[in-house]
Design a protein around this ligand. Sequence first.
Ligand SMILES: Cc1cc2nc3c(=O)[nH]c(=O)nc-3n(C[C@H](O)[C@H](O)[C@H](O)COP(=O)(O)OP(=O)(O)OC[C@H]3O[C@@H](n4cnc5c(N)ncnc54)[C@H](O)[C@@H]3O)c2cc1C
Length: 399
Amino acid sequence: MQASQRPIIIVGAGPVGLMTAHLLARQGIASTVLEQDAAISQDLRASTFHPPTLDMLDGEGLAAPLIAQGRLCPTWQIRMHDTHERAVFDLSVLKNDTAHPYRLQCEQWRLCALLVERLQDEPLVTLRFSTRLTGLEQDGDSVTAQVETPEGTERLQAPFLVGADGARSVVRGLIGLEFDGVTYPETTILATTEFPFEEHLPGLSNVNYVWKQDGTFSLLRLRDRWRCSLYPDPEMPIEEALLPANIDRKMQEIVPRDTAYEIGEARAYRVHMRITRDYRNGRVVLAGDAAHINSPSGGMGMNGGLHDAFNLTATLGEILRGGSLDLLDRYTRQRRPIAEAEVLAQADRNRSRMQERDPAKRRVIMDDLLRIIGNPESARAYLLRSSMIEALRKSAQIQ
Ligand SMILES: Cc1cc2nc3c(=O)[nH]c(=O)nc-3n(C[C@H](O)[C@H](O)[C@H](O)COP(=O)(O)OP(=O)(O)OC[C@H]3O[C@@H](n4cnc5c(N)ncnc54)[C@H](O)[C@@H]3O)c2cc1C
């Protein structure tokens, strides 16, 4: 067995695992990151970075390079497709709450790429791609991880292991934690196009959640393209819904054209709301999607995972400098209820609101939103929550 020279093994080189390694190195703590794939994933996933996350990234010198590759969204909106009526939320009301009063739209892999670039030159971090965790054991002093590499099986030992291995977390299963919750019935199709929707739909923001007759879609604008969330006809098999002609049919319902839309990437995904009852078992700790997942509506999953990484690395730093191991329970206390009450619950409400089909109920919701944005105080209170500032403030109050 190889006793790791590194006090922390991190499983997963997604945004949460890589950020964890970076933040530990900033405290002078060494880590080994194990990633089953040969390189970081470039799948189309998160693109929304919320204001407090940008504030945190700024402290790491990571906000400016991300902003340079993304698109700032000073407003976001919920709108009716037929009439173009819209409730526009203006993040400038948060100017005294954050140094970044806007959302950033930028692909999550760009953050991962920036982190990998830095970590490759960081002597305190060993990045091991094509290395899959398959088993683990722990005693009072250390964790032993079994990994599979192209060269064969290895065992690595370290005082702590962080499971940042995503929604299907092997670590979570190996420490015996369930992933309680639900999977929503609908499948979503995410498709990108360079078509300039902003020239055809009046008053669009760069983030738009839209009700159309008998359905919904969203339009999020990246630096050089729009990403569209579309909902296939319920009876259509998903392989069929992903065919270019069927994606085009959905796009034509947004802005009808004489020609077909040129689609860049397209992928289908299911949405879940799940959380583990604890984030810790002994010396093994979970962070990010391994611990909690939610509907992408509102763009909070990755942001919440990054917030976990900031809290967890500060906690591990305290422990390694002589603090009690029980500080890991404080990490669960500070992060889990916030994930449940602020992230999962808000994302669930966002999803339900946009899935509403009844015109009368939509009217009530729209009137309510217009009332909220009509008053600067209620608009600020709403945006403090939807921007995840309130969640971090509540978390900081918990001992
Ligand atoms: C369509 C979509 C849109 C989204 N939009 C947003 C958004 O706008 N804003 C937002 O905040 N969130 C959003 N999310 C959620 C966001 O993508 C996730 O919350 C985020 O990727 C979680 O990061 P993570 O590092 O925890 O896990 P992941 O990104 O899943 O990374 C886990 C890593 O662990 C590796 N791994 C898994 N098992 C093992 C193993 N046994 N050994 C070694 N490595 C392993 C995987 O290969 C992977 O690289 C969206 C999600 C989807 C699907």
